[in-house]
Design a protein around this ligand. Structure first.
Ligand SMILES: [Ca+2]
Ligand SMILES: [Ca+2]
Length: 228
């Protein structure tokens, strides 16, 4: 991620949904298996996750809205342990509710156009007063293992699409509204939902990796389920 403080002005918060939202995997109302989100509050990352009515928030310590690229990693184990790493350094950790927080496939929902989706750079329901992340994202990887348990050297090249990668968004398209999933099987392609004015404003040539293509100023809807 790369963001400026002046573009992300949410104050300190006690819920990720009050921040400048980077990743929104909310379910309208109670979380079913669970729901989660990542946002910026007072220039720091917050990671929220809930199982049933147990709603928790991990608050980061480092200010990341300094206009520089940062490698961000969030891990969650089935035990409920959550860790946040900024540039390979442990920034915050906590133990929360255990159990799965993924989307329960084929569940009944009154919100089929939002509940099943992983949304980047927006509050998925466009809730009145909500704030969206206003910055760059590149090379977003979702994995089915805990990648990091301690400090690590952040990658200097795009993430590998290995067997534990369940979705990988390179954002190398550079134009248009189709978002490729570079994970094996490419099961979760996304769609850019541009603001008024069109898709071009969401693309940038700025990237943390030399020669790795184009990151996205995000406002994309990325499904984590296959749509028939
Ligand atoms: Ca919810
Ligand atoms: Ca890229």
């Amino acid at each position: 991620m790369k963001a400026n403080a002046a573009d992300n002005t949410a104050p300190a918060c006690d819920g990720w949904y009050y921040g400048n939202i980077i990743i929104d995997r909310d379910i309208f109302g109670g979380g079913d298996h669970g729901d989660y989100g990542i946002a910026l509050c007072d220039g720091k990352l917050v990671v929220g996750f809930s199982v049933g009515n147990d709603d928790r928030l991990l608050k980061g310590n480092r200010t990341v809205t300094d206009g520089a690229w940062h490698h961000i990693a969030v891990t969650r184990a089935n035990s409920g342990q959550v860790r946040l790493f900024v540039d390979g350094q442990l920034d915050a950790q906590m133990n929360g509710p255990s159990g799965r927080i993924d989307y329960r496939l084929n569940r009944d929902t009154s919100y089929p156009n939002s509940d099943p989706y992983l949304v980047f750079g927006a509050e998925k329901h466009d809730y009145a007063g909500s704030r969206y992340y206003n910055g760059l994202l590149d090379d977003v990887r979702l994995s089915n293992i805990v990648r990091y348990t301690g400090d690590f050297t952040p990658p200097t090249a795009p993430h590998a699409a290995d067997a534990n990668t369940v979705a990988l968004y390179r954002f190398d398209e550079g134009s248009g509204t189709s978002i490729t999933d570079s994970a094996p099987g490419s099961q979760s392609p996304g769609e850019l939902k541009p603001r008024t004015g069109g898709a071009a404003q969401h693309w940038s040539t700025d990237t943390p990796f030399a020669g790795s293509g184009t990151p996205l100023t995000p406002r994309a809807y990325l499904p984590l389920i296959l749509r028939s």
